[in-house]
Each structure stands twice: as C-alpha cells, then as structure tokens.
Ligand binder design. Sequence first.
Ligand code: AMP
Length: 413
Amino acid sequence: MNFKQLHLNRPILRAIAEKGYDNPTPIQELAIPVILERKDIVASAQTGTGKTAAFALPILQQLYDKQDSGKKGKKIRALIISPTRELAIQIEENFKAYSTHTLLTSTLVFGGTAIDPQKEILKKGVDILIATPGRLLDLHKQDVINLDYVETLVLDEADLMLDMGFIDDVKKIERLCPSTKQTLLFSATIPYKVEQLANGILDNPTRIEVSGTTSGAKGVSQLLYFVPKKDKNELCLHLLRNTIKGKIIIFRRTKYGVDKLEQTLLKNGYKAVSIHGDKSQSMRQEALNDFKKGDANIFIATDVASRGIDIHDIDAVINFDLPSVPETYVHRIGRTARAGGTGSSYSFCDAGEKNYVIAIQKLIRKHISVEENHPFPLDPKAKPIKHVKKSGGSKHKKGRKSNRSKVKKKRWY
Ligand code: AMP
C-alpha cells in the first residue's frame, strides 16, 4: 500500500514525500482509514512504529477539508495530550512538518516553563494544540483555552500517562471537550487500567494493534552479559572502547545511577549527556539537542524521562540496569532499529537481576544470546534462581580449572 491509496490530500502527500516516507507503516495503514471515518480508536503501538503520523495525518486531512480559510479567530479543533514535554515537542514537530503546505497551525503548551508566552500564542488562535495535562488545565482555569470546538482528542502514550498519575486530569480534560468529539487513544501496552479508561471515555472504539511490544524489536541483535554489579562500569567502558561504536543510548534505573555513569564516562573522555526527571526542562532539551546534533554520542537516561523521545539513527542500546518490567526491555531496545533499520542491544545482568531476564525471555518468547567472552564474568556460584535445573547427579570435581563450562550447560536463562 502507498500513501495515495489512503486518500490523503495533495498538500499532505507533498509533505510526506518531503519527509522521505515511501510507504505507510503498519499502524498507519490500519489507523488512517478508521480515523478518517471518524471512529474512536484504541491503538496499541509503541514509539518507533510511526504512530504519530498515524494520528497526525488523518487529523490534518480532516481539518484541511473543513479549513476556515486560515484567517483570524482560529479555534482549537484538535487536541493532543502527551504525558511528557519531550514527547509533546516531538508531536508538534511532526504536525508542523506534515502541515507545511496548508494554512493549519499548531502550538505546544507544557509545564516547567513560563506560562505567559504560551498565553500570548494561544490568544492568536490555533487549530491544533499539543499539551501536557497539568499545563492545559492551568490555562483552561485561567480562561485562555476554549475546548468547546475540539473535534478530535488524542491521548498519546496512555499507559505512561496513567503511570504518571494523570488519570484524573485526563478524565477532566475529556469532559471539557464536546461529547461529539472523536477520541483516539494510543498506548504502548493496554493494561487493565488503560482498558478501563478506554471503556469509560471512548465510544465503541475500533481496536488496532501492531506487533512489537511482545515480539522484541525486529532487526535488533540482542546480547546478554552476566557481570557483577561492581564491575558494570568497567564492562561498559570496555565495550565502549572495543565493541560499541556510534550513537548509543544507555538506560539506568535511577536518577542517581544516570548521574554517576555520566560522570564516569565524562571522566574517561566520552561525550555523554543525560536526562532524568530531576533535571530542568532546559537542561533536558539541551542534552537532547546535543545528542541529536552529534555533539555527544552517548545519551544516558531513565525510562520515564526517555519515553517517547524519537532520536534517529541509534546504533546501540545498553541496558546498564535491567528493567523490572519486561515490556520496558522491549521499549528500550526498540530505540534502535527504528523504521526498519538495524541495531544492537547489550544488556548487563548482575546476580540480583537474573529473574528479570527470565521474565523478559518469557515475554519476547526467545533466549537472548549470552556473551561469555568478556573480562568481568559473574561468579558462576552466584545463582539466586530457585528453579535452576541441576545437570544430573555428577558432582563438580575438586581441583578443576573452572566450573564455568558446567554452569554453561545448565542454561537457566
Ligand atoms: P513515531 O513512532 O511516531 O515516534 O515515529 C518514529 C519515526 O518514524 C519518526 O522518526 C518518523 O519520522 C518516522 N516515520 C513515520 N512514518 C514513517 C513512514 N511511513 N516511513 C518512514 N518513516 C516514518
């Protein structure tokens, strides 16, 4: 299928061609026709699948068809709610690019920055508003925003939105829009609480799912390193020196871990930047820009801070700490090999993280290859897994040079 077959208007097709997209991605093929029929949808698709265009293109098409000649007095007709500022920025960049040959306008509001400039822009009128929930409600309370004309409401990354505690804000925003609106809910995963939200606010939604969340990102090679916790820094430096080149994202579980690793890498002469929830908006944006421009080639982040950020051409992902939620592993490695490319992922597992590997492998339904040839192997005696199958009755012979070959045979992973 090509974009023309999706019956998009010429100015939008032109913008798509300028972006260099040849064909629609699976989520775009499935979602665009349904959205153009003005149906509500619940779509499960993670970042990297082209989901932003999957909603942005049909929204623009519908607004374009009913364009009010681009004069003053524009009303907000499409509202996109995003859980994070970075994601909101990206969504707006997408809308701007796709609407470049139309008179449609979009703008962005999010917290953590001055509210007055945002008010000034809103007063001029805009067709499409992209917002984080808190700032949107603030502006509504101050009477700067009128949601009475919203025709389409998008809730992006709904699972993250709920994880971040925005459920009441989202429900409030939904009620502020007309009941006739179309609602599009996008979520990487559809856990029970997202299902509940969808049941509460959507009208007989069409369900759309594209594979990815459970199958493991296609085109990503995956390697697992068993390593003592204390040696993870050294293993990371060793791999950066010898194996992993190019643009790299490193995930850590905690903000403290992100800061520590950034210091270590900077001290060792690497060009690293980082983001996490305690950094100011301007620091986060600066780090992202440095990485995008290539001034830094290593980007260290926590999961929440990095969620939804679209960074191109990632060569490798390092899971410095393994995530306790297996779906997060899939999201992380999905950062590389985007839009059909290839990439590599390297996961460090210490003795305390072995159960995470089991959960991840269950989810992705395959074994992750183990790289045993590295200078910091985990002591094979460190085996906190209860259900390791012992290999027969033969006891380890004393005085053997190494019992690692035996451990290898046990392969609990
Ligand atoms: P998203 O999942 O919306 O974050 O998009 C991931 C990346 O895919 C972005 O860099 C988009 O510009 C890109 N993209 C979206 N649609 C297409 C397409 N049809 N062909 C190629 N790249 C695309």
